[in-house]
Design a protein. Structure first.
Length: 43
């Protein structure tokens, strides 16, 4: 997260996903979302 925010939290879920909550406090505010790195295993 980047910019002016007054509160944020990240809650992990059982399926590996995450819920992100943020409260903007004014000014520029951005959230970037990207996939988690893959955990590669052998065949």
């Amino acid at each position: 997260m980047l910019g002016a925010f007054s509160d944020r939290s990240v809650t992990p879920n059982g399926d590996g996903s995450r819920l992100v909550r943020a409260t903007p406090s004014g000014g520029f505010f951005a959230i970037a979302v990207a996939a988690a790195p893959l955990s590669l295993t052998g065949c």
